[in-house]
Design a protein around this ligand. Structure first.
Ligand code: 26W
Length: 776
């Protein structure tokens, strides 16, 4: 860094650490790439519009097995390792579950020595920074690159031209696409270090640059300076910002351009790397697998076909068959508003050649399957259906939990399932135990190693060996101490970062995830008001002190949940300042929930809130992180909750609520919400208080719309599940009053989380989808 150690600032030490760790990883990084090339190993290409890697340096030190020596070295230098890594930005290049899953999977692929590239966009601005003003969410830009990106390398020699717009013409020489413009995709590589450092893969993020010759000199010399720079401006805009929504398909031209930019640059790079060692394109499926992380990269099919046909002279049918063999598609949501559909006109304007290919694929499905495919349409009502396109161009389609995959088969793609039975399979999500236990919860990680020995980090099923210790009071004592330590670490962090005081002796009841009506943060805050009212009604009772911790961002345009954020903060303002109750009930909502905050919050939690309307949370992965860190779950039979409960045992899980089928039935009942409210006095009392402005005295009617909506609509069945949720919460209190019982349940949860390792999930993909043999 060209800095005197004696004069170095924390930032200098952090940049120096990044370069030092990257250097430590470089030999394996080069060796992994060489072995893949020279041994002709098949490699995986994971295409995702989102990656949420979190801070990289401490994780890299752990995976290089250098954490202790790095912190010791800093001690020798009189520098605090924790302060050095605390300054590292948390690249928010994703919205939530989908982006974090991609990061866990990349780390597991490297740990399993599965040759792989992650492909994404290097947004200059990640997901907005969340602030609260007067209890309301305010979004601020996230300039994560200002303090540099020292762990990655820009690859000026690796760049591809990505065409947009223009015309396609058919002549006897075949089809020619004359694009209106081209943008340049420039590569930035970040090493993905496997645990142990023996294998290192690459996360390649593209940023958009104007093609050199794009400054329109004619328009420039004609004085039309803006016109001249238009394409340049557009280029800079393309990889400027991540779309901050994780449920609504906004159908914006820029979003489609970003998706095309990602898939085209990535597929071109996959073909380029293949042709480095191979000639016969028909052998591509033996050397490359491409996984589409939801429909956002679903243009990968048409793009691969385009390149094979237009640039490599392969026949259309051969190209289409090759694409199916190479591609896999993972679906992460059933929400209708999240299923991407692109207007045919927009596709024709931006990607005329791709539209042509999609139309031909649609014809081909009908030619091949005849009337059996009558209900299959890649284009319908003037919209290109990206889900159907992804399925038709993939040899395997998977859901992300057993329940979700069943619903994908039955409700989302029943006609496609019928066409090709067995194409849709389940691969339940997973999480990496390196970041979510070894890094986030060192005290518990050390206790596990002391108790069952090392090695669990890459063989998580070994946690089962903890189970017998659940009967040992000394072990339970030690286990309890790790939770207490995590609570104190959180208290220090909340105080330093947010000036928030945390009562560490209380039951920490945590709900952290994106704000969405189906995740039912509303049910949680309504129950909290009810608990407050009951404490005030009976202050002498033996209430279990609780802290309700919320965390999560709302998509900027999602007003309904922005009201819920405000309600949580408004209720918090009243309850936290109520002398009668504040020692027994508190609400904490630190702004700007992200991977780093999750690493602080999750190890400290006693109770994990996984309370979505059954059938709507595809899987969840936070649920797994909490259980792995010894929190007990209160939840519905939704997503991976179902499988977590099967693993940990019904007696170690606080279940409540309607099942997915009961939800569908209840929605059919007119006035189901009113009926549920009228049956629940506690809920009526809560809605009464909110409606009359108890938490918004300066604007009593602030939440009247929200309350009306509950009485008259309640699509997410908050009212119908309220009493069951309340009874389950009382069971939680009862269990918590018996610390040994609670600890036993908590230890059993930890011991039974082995199958939710992302190593298990990636091995499943390697075997059933990517057909990549485990590395020697
Ligand atoms: C088009 C806008 C958009 C952007 C992102 C639509 C949908 C998404 C994602 C698919 C939403 C998402 O993150 N889904 C979550 O994926 C996780 C990983 O599989 C699951 O665990 C969560 O249940 C699911 O909500």
């Amino acid at each position: 860094m060209g800095v005197e150690p004696s004069r170095a600032q924390l930032l200098d030490w952090r940049l120096a650490l990044a370069h030092t760790l990257r250097e430590q990883a470089t030999d394996s990084w080069l060796d992994s790439a060489r072995r893949t090339r020279e041994d002709g190993l098949k490699s995986v290409n994971y295409l995702s519009m989102e990656f949420l890697p979190g801070r990289l340096l401490e994780d890299a030190a752990i995976n290089l097995r250098l954490r202790d020596s790095v912190s010791a070295s800093f001690d020798d230098l009189g520098v605090n390792f924790a302060d050095v890594v605390a300054g590292e930005p948390d690249p928010a290049l994703g919205n939530g579950g989908l982006g974090r899953l991609a990061a866990c999977y990349l780390e597991s692929m490297a740990t399993l020595a599965c040759p792989a590239h992650g492909y994404g966009l290097r947004y200059e601005r990640g997901l907005f920074r969340q602030h609260f003003e007067d209890g309301r969410q305010v979004e601020r830009p996230d300039e994560w690159l200002t303090s540099g990106d020292p762990f990655s390398l820009s690859r000026p020699a690796t760049a591809y031209a990505v065409p947009f717009g223009g015309e396609v013409s058919d002549d006897d020489g075949g089809t020619a696409w004359r694009p209106e413009t081209r943008l340049v995709a420039a590569a930035h590589d970040t090493p993905v270090i496997g645990y142990g450092g023996g294998w290192v893969n690459t996360l390649r993020l593209w940023s958009a640059l104007p093609a050199a010759d794009l400054l329109d000199l004619d328009r420039f010399s004609a004085g039309d300076f803006f016109g001249a720079a238009e394409t340049e401006t557009w280029a800079r805009t393309l990889s400027r910002v991540l779309y901050p929504t994780d449920t609504t398909d906004l159908g914006r031209r820029l979003r489609l351009s970003q998706e095309h930019f990602l898939t085209s640059a990535s597929v071109q790079d996959v073909l380029h790397r293949f042709l480095e060692t191979q000639q016969d394109l028909r052998r591509l499926p033996e050397h490359a697998a491409i996984q589409m992380n939801d429909t956002h990269p679903a243009l990968a099919g048409p793009e691969l076909i385009r390149l094979l046909v237009d640039e490599h002279g392969v026949g259309f049918d051969t190209a289409a068959d090759l694409a199916v063999q190479v591609l896999g598609y993972t679906n992460h949501t059933l929400l209708p508003e999240a299923l991407e559909m692109w207007p045919v006109d927009l596709m024709r304007h931006l990607l005329p050649r791709h539209l042509q290919i999609i139309e031909r694929l649609d014809q081909r499905v009908h030619a091949v399957h005849g009337s059996a495919a009558d209900d299959v349409h890649l284009i319908e009502h003037g919209q290109v259906k990206m889900g159907e396109l992804a399925v038709v161009t993939s040899h395997r389609v998977n859901g992300v939990s057993a329940l979700h995959t069943d619903l994908v088969r039955r409700n989302l793609f029943p006609h496609l399932e019928a066409l090709t039975p067995g194409r849709i399979l389940n691969v339940t999500n997973g999480i990496t135990p390196r970041r979510w236990l070894a890094l986030a919860n060192p005290a518990l990680a050390d206790l596990v190693t002391e108790t069952i020995g090392p090695g669990w980090e890459t063989d998580l099923d070994r946690l089962r060996e903890l189970e017998p210790h659940a009967e040992d009071p000394n072990f339970l004592e030690a286990f309890g101490r790790t939770k207490h330590l995590a609570k104190h670490r959180l208290a220090t962090w909340l105080d330093e970062e947010h000036g928030i005081e945390l009562p560490v002796e209380a039951l920490l009841d945590v709900q952290v995830k994106r704000l969405h009506e189906y995740k039912r943060q509303l049910l949680n805050i309504l129950w909290t008001v009810s608990r407050w009212q009951r404490i005030k009604a009976d202050p002498g009772a033996d209430w279990v002190p609780r802290v309700k911790i919320f965390g999560g961002k709302a998509a900027p345009s999602y007003t309904a949940v922005k009201d819920i954020i405000r309600l949580i903060n408004d209720v918090g303002a009243v309850i936290n300042s109520d002398p009668e109750t504040r020692e027994r009930l508190r609400i904490i909502y630190p702004p700007n929930y992200n991977v780093t905050m999750a690493e602080k919050l999750i190890p400290a939690a006693d109770l994990s809130e996984q309370i979505s309307t059954a059938g709507m949370e595809a899987s969840g992965t936070g649920n797994m992180k909490f259980a792995l860190n010894g929190a007990l779950t209160i939840g519905t039979l939704d997503g991976a909750n179902v499988e977590i409960r099967e693993e940990v045992g019904a007696e170690n899980f606080f279940l409540f609520g309607l099942t997915a089928d009961e939800v569908l039935a209840r929605r059919e009942q007119p006035g189901h919400a009113r009926a549920a409210i009228e049956q629940s006095q506690p809920l009526q009392d809560v809605l009464q208080a909110i409606a009359e402005g108890t938490f918004s005295p300066e604007e009593p009617a602030r939440y009247s719309g929200l309350v009306d909506h509950l009485w008259n609509s309640d699509w997410f069945l908050v009212a119908s599940d309220f009493d069951a949720y309340n009874s389950s919460q009382e069971l939680v209190d009862m269990s918590y009053r018996d610390p040994l019982r609670w600890q036993r349940m908590a230890v059993t949860n930890v011991a039974r989380m082995g199958s939710f390792s992302s190593d298990r999930a990636v091995r499943h993909y390697m075997r059933e989808i990517w057909n990549v043999p485990p590395a020697q």
